[in-house]
Design a protein around this ligand. Structure first.
Ligand code: NAI
Length: 460
């Protein structure tokens, strides 16, 4: 689906007209392309203490041009605020205003990233449950930490030029130099997080390894993607294969032709399987092990909508949505985790939706199923952690797909502008978030839901 308006405002006259009329002026996002620099310019690290030094050390290790003071650099690729030692809200004043002073120097596609600690009952959206240890912090510390969340999200709404603002929350005991913290930081700085803004990821485990090759973080792994015959699922399969994984692509028999074509393209294994099959988890595991010797990553992407206002809803529209989108995943996870069939450090990634966070008119069934995913990953996390692995969800907002192309034009145009980046995301944006969560770089993230929604104005 093309965004004609985005194409129009890319031209000089179109952009000038949009400005004059006060209309949105979206810009093409900085997306990851092999060989591109990690960030589009020098990186400014603000804030003091050992964690700021650790962050600067990490960035230097990635050969970035790191500055500790806002000298006369005209274009920063990123600004990092290290706020892990905040004890009172007033201590945010200095770093906040320092950031304000350099925001106009942020390059197009630039990044603002805060590194701080979580507060109890953190209001960081669906992102995380309160991490262990965060419950007992004194009120002033909790207030200061939560202030960072509101602050950063407001910055995200103010940025222009395709820049984004996100936060890393380090649980007690995790320092900013831990591999698991580095993995998150790198994702947020990179073009892989192009459509992620206003989000917080909590790193609650210091352990973990970083990928040996950042371009091929899944080399040697086997990944399965359900609902892969088209749309977001097909793109996830392509992205995981491009990252070195051998892939099993799964879809219903009715989508067999498209599935076979994709399997051919990716040298993948095609598996015709309805995820609502009572033995779907066992069949998937069996097929992956038989054909590719193992199974490390499972992406639950298959999903359907049957929209109706609740007053007009009947069982034939309600039940299948819950069955395909949620109950199938619960059953498959149980079967996948029952024996020792999965590889070491298994990764499960589920597709939720911002509808499951904020709700959506006409989607009570779908929103129930997608909110259920958020609960499911949070509760399954300890079970997967016991196996050395993780389970997380990605909640896409408005993504340019066949599904959203079917929305009536006027509603579609409004829906795709209702986020800080003023445009819809692409399937590739969702796929990059899935890849991140499936890789070693996200080893410290478990039970969380990462929104890929351009900081949708609905549902924070
Ligand atoms: P799509 O409708 O284009 O593709 C879904 C795929 O799942 C199809 O190939 C379909 O055959 C397959 N599928 C359906 N039922 C199945 C079953 N019982 N067993 C196996 N495969 C089955 O959907 P799209 O847009 O690519 O969405 C993918 C996922 O992302 C879904 O879970 C959806 O809810 C979620 N999502 C999509 C958003 C968007 O803007 N397109 C926004 C938020 C979430």
């Amino acid at each position: 689906m093309t965004d004609t308006y985005l194409d129009l405002v890319r031209t000089g006259p179109g952009r000038a007209l949009a400005r004059r009329l006060g209309l949105p002026a979206p810009v093409p996002l900085r997306r990851h392309r092999r060989g591109d620099p990690l960030v589009p310019g020098p990186v400014l690290v603000l804030g003091g203490g050992p964690d700021a030094d650790r962050v600067a050390g990490t960035l230097l290790g990635w050969d970035l041009d790191v500055r500790r003071h806002p000298e006369d650099v005209t274009r920063f690729g990123a600004v990092l605020l290290v706020l892990t030692d905040l004890e009172r809200p007033a201590e945010l004043t200095g770093p906040a205003l320092e950031l304000g002073g350099v925001l106009r120097s942020l390059a197009p596609g630039g990044r603002v990233v805060t590194v701080s600690r979580p507060a109890p009952g953190i209001g960081a959206g669906a992102a995380s449950a309160t991490p262990a240890g965060a419950r007992n912090v004194p009120p002033a510390v909790a207030a200061a930490r939560q202030a960072v969340v509101g602050f950063l999200r407001s910055v995200g709404h103010e940025l222009r030029g395709g820049a984004t603002a996100n936060g890393v929350l380090l649980a007690e005991g995790v320092d900013a130099g831990a591999p698991s913290a580095q993995g998150v930081l790198r994702f947020l700085l990179s073009g892989r997080s192009a459509f992620v803004s206003g989000q917080f990821l909590t790193v609650d485990d210091a352990a973990g390894a970083l990928p040996a090759d950042w371009e091929a973080p899944l080399r040697g792994r086997v990944a399965a993607v359900t609902g892969a015959a088209r749309g977001i699922g097909a793109q996830i399969a392509r992205t995981l294969a491009g990252a070195g994984a051998r892939v099993v692509v799964v879809d219903v028999p009715a989508a067999g032709d498209a599935l076979a074509a994709l399997a051919n393209e990716l040298h993948a294994v095609a598996l015709q399987l309805d995820v609502t099959d009572e033995h779907a988890g066992e069949r998937l595991l069996g097929a992956a092990r038989e054909r590719l010797g193992r199974l490390d990553v499972v992406v639950h992407n298959a999903g359907i909508t049957r929209d109706r206002l609740l007053a007009n809803m009947d069982r034939t529209r309600w039940a299948p949505v819950l069955a395909v989108n949620l109950e199938s995943q619960l059953r498959m996870n149980e079967q996948l985790l029952a024996g020792q069939g999965l590889g070491e450090a298994p990764r499960i990634v589920s597709l939720a939706s911002t509808s499951g966070v904020a709700g959506n008119r006409g989607q009570s069934n779908y929103a129930a199923s997608k909110a259920g995913i958020i609960g499911m990953v949070a509760a399954t996390a300890p079970l997967v952690a016991a196996r050395g692995g993780t389970i997380n969800a990605v909640a896409p907002g408005f993504i340019e797909t066949e599904m959203t192309a079917r929305i009536p034009a006027a509603r579609r145009e409004v829906a795709r502008r209702l986020n800080s980046l003023q445009q819809g995301g692409l399937p590739e944006d969702v796929a990059q978030a899935v890849l991140f969560l499936a890789s070693d770089a996200a080893g410290g993230i478990n039970g969380q839901t990462l929104r890929v929604c351009g900081q949708n104005l609905v549902g924070a």
